[in-house]
Design a protein around this ligand. Sequence first.
Ligand code: AMP
Length: 219
Amino acid sequence: MSPRVIVVVLGKQGAGKGTQCKRLAQHLSIPHVSTGDILRAAVRDRTAIGLEVASTLDAGQLVSVDLVNRLVAARFAEDDAQRGALLDGFPRTEVQAGALDAILGDDGVKLCINLDVPNDLVAARLSSRRVCQECGAIYRDSDIEAISGTCSVCGGDVIQRADDLPDAILQRLEVYERDTAPLLAFYDQRGLLVRGDGDQDPQEVTADIRETLLERGIG
Ligand code: AMP
């Protein structure tokens, strides 16, 4: 089998990781694996894990490393992940990055893309963000779907995430600086880090990333 294409996408909450991962997943024909999406689905479906983590997610804190490692290992065991994955929201700490290496073995991370966006811009993006509870489609508070509360893709309920409220946003940005920002040096030391300017039109961000992927022989 050809080597797995594992690409880690880093960036603050609201940097556009989800949007870019969805587009790149199509381009590379590998799944977009978002630990936040997996956890939110568990909360929505009221599974045992969902009930355990709901308040942690609402407060913008990190769930336990053991739990998230188990979820990721299980996701990697699925058929569609055998060719690779775009990782969004994992790893989020150096401990998780070590766990990812252990899960992947020799066939490790091929590239880490950091989407760089200033704090004031991500805070503004997050506070105006509304999401469909069913399909995850993302809207702005001024969009008709947000105002009517109905998703135009699937008809699901469009809501504001509890962790997109002001206190939780501040909390998440603090957690990012403390726990996740050190991962930039971790991947840079391995020659795997590329920096993308996330403060531009999403299509331009995608074009930049695709160029980088080509330069690195991916996709
Ligand atoms: P996200 O959608 O990536 O911003 O994740 C939403 C929330 O899910 C986070 O604020 C955490 O509570 C939880 N979460 C997602 N990924 C992780 C992770 N790798 N480790 C710990 N908690 C996570």
